[in-house]
Ligand binder design. Structure first.
Ligand SMILES: [Zn+2]
Ligand SMILES: [Zn+2]
Length: 69
């Protein structure tokens, strides 16, 4: 289940397949639907570079979404 929209995630869903945040110190195992985490990270809010679940900072403004796997 996606922790942003609480909808289900499916590997067959091109927009909302599950992605896990990886290689981020302090954030382990948080999984979100792709379209939701991308929207979260790109919406321009001050907290948009943090994990929606644990608020761990994920990226700085100069990096892309490479922490996702
Ligand atoms: Zn979602
Ligand atoms: Zn997290």
């Amino acid at each position: 289940m996606c922790c942003i929209c609480w909808d289900t995630m499916g590997h067959s869903d091109q927009d909302h397949f599950p992605v896990e945040i990886a290689n981020v110190e302090g954030c382990r195992g948080h999984v979100f639907g792709m379209k939701c985490i991308v929207e979260w990270l790109t919406n321009g809010r001050p907290m948009s570079n943090t994990c929606p679940m644990c608020r761990t900072q994920l990226i700085d403004a100069h990096e892309d979404t490479m922490f996702l796997n």
